[in-house]
Design a protein around this ligand. Structure first.
Ligand code: NAP
Length: 345
């Protein structure tokens, strides 16, 4: 089979298409899938450069070649001996967290708790744009913040960075849950985020969100200090000083701390850093969120797409052999929705 691999950490020029990779054999709890489309997330660029090596290198059976990519949409080729509920040729989608089976390849083995049937009202390219960003927000709300989505009606939610992959999904989700949404983006994306349900849009080149927003319940900070110095301070400034307020960040020092200090020293140090933040901003709840797989989240996403509550937002589509260009597009930091990879070769 073919796959796009890296053989060392570095820039996007390190990608190579290999055409003689052995077809993987599904384990009893896995499904072998032919990938029709995948997508690129900023974490792929970071992993390519060595981010998370303390975690991912432990999980990889062979260090290199490494196939990146998490999202997939495709069809079932072979079932592991213990798999039920799927048939050959079923159209499926999902997102793998298995460091040994990236989706920028012709075939991939997926654990059965990371895959479900694809909604039939979207195509494979559209489907590959959603699972990772959707489950990121699902994890952020349900797992890390302990919030029940159905209790969010009427809450004022600020999303820093609404125009990217996570933002475009999250605006639609919060809108559907009955929240009042404010978000930031550049001028070119204002209409897009409004069309998805943002009630108030702040062009970050014209205004500082912390000067115009007040009394919010939740700040969902997708970009953090990558785009705004001392982002946590600014986000907490717009929140009501209450134990019902939540600051949720996707860009926090956890993984970098593990990389720099190792797992044994890094975990307690990261917990200490988080506790310092929790103490500083109390009574506001501080959450460091990280993507976690969730089959129930994927099933809810399927339903939301099927009923057209959530629509895919695609910035651009690249052929699998142009993965390098797709990485360069994400690296601009200014996409509108998702960058998707077409596996038609
Ligand atoms: N912790 C986790 O598990 C986890 C999971 C998923 C993602 N993430 C992180 O979450 C972040 C967002 O991910 P993504 O997939 O949505 O990224 P993305 O698709 O690459 O989106 C980037 C977006 O950032 C916007 N942006 C750039 N500068 C901005 C600024 N100063 N203020 C507001 N918006 C700005 C851009 O909009 P304009 O073009 O309008 O500037 C663009 O749409 C990334 O840092 C990613 O690494 C973390």
């Amino acid at each position: 089979m073919y796959a796009v691999t890296i053989n060392k950490y570095g820039d996007a020029s390190n990608f190579q298409i290999e055409k003689d990779i052995d077809l993987p054999k599904p384990k009893p709890n896995q499904i072998l899938i032919k990938v029709h489309a995948s997508s690129v997330n900023p974490i792929d660029l970071m992993k390519r450069e060595g981010y998370g090596r303390a975690i991912f290198e432990k999980q990889r059976k062979i260090l290199f070649p490494w196939i990146l990519g998490s999202d997939f949409s495709g069809s079932v080729i072979e079932l592991g001996s213990k798999v039920t509920g799927f048939n050959i040729d079923d159209e499926v989608w999902g997102c793998t967290s298995n460091a040994n089976s990236g989706t920028h390849s012709e075939f991939v083995c997926i654990d059965v708790d990371e895959v479900t049937h694809k909604p039939n009202n979207i195509n494979h390219l559209e489907a590959a744009s959603l699972p990772y960003v959707a489950l990121t927000t699902w994890s952020a709300l349900v797992r890390w913040s302990g919030l029940r989505p159905n209790d969010l009606k009427g809450k004022k939610v600020f999303i820093q960075g609404g125009a990217g992959g996570v933002g475009c999904f999250s605006i639609q989700l919060f809108n559907n849950l009955g929240c009042e949404i404010a978000t930031t983006c550049s001028k070119k994306n204002i209409e897009l985020v409004q069309s998805l349900g943002a009630n108030q849009v702040i062009d970050y080149n014209e205004e500082n969100f912390e000067d115009v927003l007040h009394n919010f319940d939740i700040a969902y900070d997708l970009l953090g200090d990558n785009v705004s110095h001392n982002s946590i301070d600014k986000c907490c400034k717009i929140l009501t000083q209450s134990p019902d307020s939540h600051y949720i960040t996707l860009t926090h020092p956890l993984v970098n701390t593990l990389d720099s200090k190792g797992l044994i020293m890094g975990v307690p140090h990261a917990l200490y850093l988080r506790q310092v933040q929790k103490n500083k901003y109390r009574p506001i709840n501080i959450h460091w969120s990280i993507y976690r797989p969730s089959l129930s989240g994927l099933e809810q996403l399927t339903q939301l797409v099927q009923e057209e509550t959530i629509k895919p937002v695609i910035d651009s589509v690249y052929a699998i052999e142009d993965l390098q260009l797709a990485h360069q597009k994400i690296a601009t930091g200014h996409v509108s929705g998702k960058v998707v990879i077409d596996h038609k070769v």
